[in-house]
Design a protein around this ligand. Structure first.
Ligand code: HEM
Length: 393
């Protein structure tokens, strides 16, 4: 009968023994069979040239299906869109390999860039022993790590503030000021205002209707100025600054239609507001890697101009720039790993168990696109402080 009832009693002797010895706990067979287990991460094969060419997205096998109440979605519009179209599991609970494959299939993100982002997220807010992470908030499908690894706080998921999710987002509030997880209309309206002012004209969609570098430069600078004034706890250190400007570059380089490399207001709205690919949208024609993104980010935050913002934080209402004289190789990479990943990972990465081998692999994935040669930054950040667990759901 088990196969038809899909139910099993998890206490072999329960029919014979008293309920004091073995309480009548029933769990579904599916739950037993699908319960996560520690899993060695195996990197997916690198894609062939044929797998990274211009392509219409979504294909017929990936229609939009809105998220259900229990599905995880968070502050990354791209991962949300990929989950809504089934390129990522619709639940929003994913493996590293799925992130690498899905970001290529949907947006043609370069393998090493996707591996870096996914690996950092796995170490910061996922469970590297089970190769599981949530693209939204805390989720019961993602087990906790042993307390000694990262304290008593639940792992949280991508939406949990700190380490990765941070200040000066474009369409999400700073955590200190409001909702840092969900799309905010008022911020998006500001974005539209800048497009209306600085956007390129299009014969098809009209004047000032295309997102360009000038839009991003002005909008991002305004977002920084606003949050510097409004958020007394503004934290904009090297890694957050880098990811914040890189995300602005993602908009120009990954959200644009691969056919003519232009980004219309309606395509932008489709991904941000509806978390769905726009009609007749094609992904870019070649993989977008960290070099492309970093150089675009530097155009959006251009050194030696009035728009240039340096890493720092608010102290007593004043923005204090960071002293980065001892940051080696790349300031963003250094800050990501040295200050944001718990120091316990250093020791763990030398172990031969599944957790140790996965942590080592993930740290290597993070280092790879930065080309620092043999130099590897060692995790040296705090574990999540006991009793101060921020909830992200
Ligand atoms: C590869 C795995 C990825 C990870 C781990 C990741 C992670 C994140 C995280 C943590 C945020 C929130 C940052 C914040 O506080 O604002 C974010 C935002 C963002 N992501 Fe992703 N992301 C990934 C892929 C992508 C891709 C492929 C794209 C573009 C196609 C993208 C575009 C964006 C944009 C534009 C934002 C900024 C949203 C805003 O500021 O309102 N991401 N991502």
């Amino acid at each position: 009968m088990i196969s038809t009832m899909q139910t099993v009693l998890l206490c072999a002797g329960s029919m014979l023994s008293s309920s004091l010895v073995c309480p009548p706990t029933a769990v579904t067979l599916d739950a037993v069979q699908n319960a996560p287990v520690p899993t060695l991460i195996v990197m997916p094969p690198r894609p062939s040239v044929n797998e990274t060419k211009l392509e219409k997205v979504p294909d017929a096998g990936h229609p939009f299906v809105p998220p259900g109440l229990k599905d995880q979605r968070g502050p990354c519009p791209a991962l949300n869109t990929l989950a809504n179209h089934g390129y990522l599991p619709h639940t929003g609970v994913v493996h590293l390999e799925q992130i690498i494959n899905a970001t290529r299939e949907g947006f043609n993100m370069d393998y090493d860039l996707a591996a870096f982002l996914g690996s950092f997220l796995m170490l910061a807010r996922g469970n590297p022993e089970y190769n599981l992470l949530s693209i939204g908030g805390e989720d019961e499908q993602v087990p906790s790590l042993p307390v000694k690894v990262d304290g008593k706080c639940p792992r949280g998921g991508l939406a949990k503030h700190g380490r990765f999710e941070g200040d000066v987002s474009m369409t999400r509030e700073d955590a200190e000021l409001g909702d840092d997880r969900n799309f905010q209309d008022n911020l998006y309206d500001q974005f539209l205002t800048f497009i209306g002012k600085y956007g390129d004209d299009s014969k098809v969609t009209g004047p000032n209707s295309l997102v360009n570098l000038q839009v991003m430069k002005h909008f991002k600078y305004q977002r920084f100025v606003d949050e510097q004034m409004r958020n007394p706890k503004l934290s904009f250190h090297a890694s957050r600054l880098a990811s914040s400007y890189n995300e602005a570059a993602f908009i120009l380089k990954f959200f644009a239609n691969g056919t003519d490399e232009t980004l219309t207001v309606s395509s932008l709205g489709s991904i941000f507001r509806n978390q769905s690919f726009a009609p007749n949208w094609w992904r870019r024609a070649s993989p977008g890697d960290l070099n492309l993104i970093a150089s675009t980010a530097s155009d959006i935050n251009p050194p030696n101009t009035p728009f240039f913002v340096k890493p720092g934080e608010n102290k007593d209402g004043k923005y204090v720039e960071d002293d980065m004289s001892d940051y080696k190789c790349d300031t963003g990479y250094y800050d990501f790993v040295y200050h944001n990943l718990p120091h316990t990972y250093d020791e763990i990465s030398r172990g031969s168990d599944i957790l140790g081998r996965n942590v080592k692999l993930l740290l290597e994935n993070i280092a790879r696109p930065f080309n620092c040669g043999t130099y590897k930054v060692v995790p040296n950040g705090p574990i999540d402080p006991d009793g101060k667990c921020e909830r992200s759901d």
